[in-house]
Design a protein around this ligand. Sequence first.
Ligand code: NAD
Length: 415
Amino acid sequence: MTETNAFQMVVSRIDAICDKLKVKDAYRLRLEKCERELIVHFPVKMDDGQVKVFTGYRVHHNDTRGPAKGGIRYHPDVTLDETRALAALMTLKTAVVNIPYGGAKGGVACDPIAMSQNELERLTRRYASEISLLIGPERDIPAPDIGTNPQVMAWIMDTYSMNKGYSVLGVVTGKPIGLGGSKGRFEATGRGCIICAQLAGKHLGINLEGAKVAVQGFGNVGSVVARLLVREGSKIVAISDVKGSIYNEKKLDVEAVFRYSRQTGSVVDFKDAENITNAKLLALPCDILIPAAIENQIVKANAPDVKAKIIVEGANAPTTPEADRILSDNGVFVVPDILANAGGVVVSYFEWVQDLQAFFWSEDEVNRQLETVMHNAFREVLEMSQSEKVDMRNAAYMLAIKRIADAMEARGIFP
Ligand code: NAD
């Protein structure tokens, strides 16, 4: 197994926890495999008249606890292995925060930044048709991930509804508010990260007010985290995106960076900051580090350089198992992805509930319910970590796997 074999990395963590919890082999074997894996190759007419064939995936890891739930990623590096890994993380995430879902993920290997809106719409509608045999409000509910957004969800909802002959709001979450979306969904992942940062800080005696924070990635998750942290009085000293990183030892003007990056397409060369490398950002002296970009950013080679006291994993799988051991030995408190970035799926769950009931909540109500779910999950993981003397990631995996194994036991295996 290499450090970048994504699904194997998740399975090795699941295996270790199954050993510790003495989970029955029948249940462990189910968690080591994905239940359904669909690969689709489909044509899309590009604006210049050429036809390109794209490859997409939809994977259900496990749906013991409820319908499969997970995002759709548009990125050139999307693979079946990565999709399986992200689907498995969704099974664990929905169990950690105790919402009635299983785990799924999907994606298309494409470069959405290089495509026009019309091309993206054609790609999305064709992909939605291809995976329509798996998705549906009672079986699998996609949501946005890297490279997708509320507009993409609206196209999927429309394509699915056209084939049904009536509007099916609950088939995807993360939709525009005017189309059955939930208030608070767009900020939910970042808001969940902030709640975790607050609770981790409280546990370690670090106040968010005045805390120095570095944020890797400035998309949906990273930009919301940075902007909400400023409201808490934190000092954002570094921000990055795929093109580079910027640093100001005192603090960055996050709103100005946000406007600048939306105008120029990157944070790089922002006037009141120094350009630094991604490696330097991860190694900055700061209180909190928030990886909110992509997988495998904190690895064996750079983990010893991390100086942050707390890591809140906004991204999925930013830390490899080998890096985890090094961070743990160095006393870094890691709030793992399956807890830290679960705010998004929690509010997706609220959106689905609102769609099914055709009754919509106020933003205050959404945020209040999110607080309750995240507080409970953080407390349960911390208690598990203290009683079992394990780090927060192992504790979160233990809590999740116990819940899934209990559900498997209750359902039984036929015949
Ligand atoms: P996004 O596409 O909106 O933003 C990704 C950001 O990361 C961009 O700023 C991009 O430039 C940057 N980036 C990409 N590669 C990078 C690199 N090598 N170094 C530094 N920056 C890089 O995506 P997002 O929705 O913000 O998702 C970010 C992460 O959070 C992903 O791991 C995703 O799976 C996870 N996540 C997202 C949600 C959600 O609700 N959007 C929920 C849970 C988890």
